[in-house]
Write a protein that binds this ligand. Structure first.
Ligand SMILES: [Zn+2]
Length: 328
């Protein structure tokens, strides 16, 4: 791996090599980080570990499907706290977590698409005919008679790697107008732009700016993000998902014998109402009693200064976080 020419001559990864890479990730994740309790902290560990892999392998190697699946699975299990013999439920689908934050995700760079987006840089060098060694090498060895990579058909006796790049290029063609990369304004290749395109249609979620704002305490952000998606594991949600609960399904913060739903726990419960009254009075912001997603949308629609919206969201975050702590 001294320079980019090398992987093109290499064979497909062997089972042993794949296994070694996956092992490396597992040890990296487990070494010292396993005890990190907050989801926010864990998602940062995941991205750090993933980036170490991408920088070392993923930028030039097309990782085999089995490796990609294994890496993504390891990350998922770590995030939700699954350990050997102790499965935890994924609260949010992996595809959503892999989106950028403004599109409701957690900004985890999922291996499946990030690897292709990284390797896409090699194709970009070919398309734009960059003066780098491996492009010259490819032209000398595989593309002697063909000037354009789009029209090139890889010879049947070429390396696994060259075949793979050529099979991937058909999907990558949509990133180009002829020889120009069209996803950035200056035409320079961007791994994250390619990655985002591969995630498919996503709609911009303005409320996310409030949830991930700097005013909000880091440990509150993730719970808030879950509550916004109605994914908190309240007793009624667990029952809905056919997961057995211990004790009854009622709210344990008040004596009213009401079912513990997200709406009750973070909105109607008198315990929450008292806290909300105190906080809104203190901040001089009045908030209606709505479900969390509607409430954040409501705040976002106000003609308020951004800071005021962020403070209002922070109050909700505070309420959700402390209610959840008190409940557990
Ligand atoms: Zn209650």
């Amino acid at each position: 791996m001294r320079y980019l020419g090398l992987p093109l001559t290499s064979k497909k990864w062997s089972k042993v090599e794949c296994h070694q890479l996956v092992e490396k990730i597992t040890t990296n994740i487990q070494a010292g980080y396993a005890k990190l309790l907050s989801y926010a902290g864990r998602s940062q560990v995941i991205n750090a570990v993933l980036f170490a892999i991408y920088n070392f392998w993923g930028a030039v190697f097309i990782l085999p499907q089995s490796v990609i699946r294994a890496i993504d699975r390891k990350c998922r299990e770590y995030l939700w706290g699954t350990t050997e013999g102790h499965r935890k439920m994924a609260l949010v689908p992996w595809e959503i977590l892999c989106r950028p934050k403004k599109y409701e995700g957690m900004n985890i760079k999922g291996c499946k698409h990030w690897n292709i987006a990284s390797v896409g840089k090699l194709l970009w060098q070919l398309v734009t005919n960059k003066k780098v060694l491996w492009v010259r090498w490819v032209h000398g060895v595989y593309m002697k008679s063909c000037k354009s990579i789009w029209e090139h058909n890889p010879p049947s006796d070429c390396s696994w790697y060259w075949k793979k790049i050529n099979s991937l290029k058909h999907n990558m063609a949509q990133w180009y107008n002829g020889r120009t990369y069209r996803l950035t304004s200056n035409g320079d290749y961007s791994v994250s732009s390619s990655y985002n395109v591969m995630l498919g249609q996503m709609s911009r979620c303005r409320e996310m700016d409030l949830i991930w704002s700097r005013v909000m305490l880091p440990r509150h952000r993730f719970v808030m993000w879950l509550a916004y998606q109605q994914k908190m594991q309240t007793k009624s949600r667990l029952i809905q998902l056919n997961i057995p609960i211990t004790g009854d399904a009622e709210c344990c913060l008040c004596e009213l014998g009401v079912k513990e739903t997200q709406q009750h726990l973070f909105g109607d419960c008198c315990w929450v109402k008292n806290m909300r009254n105190a906080l809104t009075k203190w901040a001089a912001i009045s908030l209606p009693n709505m479900a969390i997603p509607e409430m954040i949308q409501w705040i976002n629609r106000r003609h308020w200064k951004q800071l005021r919206k962020e403070v209002a969201t922070t109050i909700i975050g505070e309420i959700v976080y402390h209610t959840w702590q008190a409940r557990n």
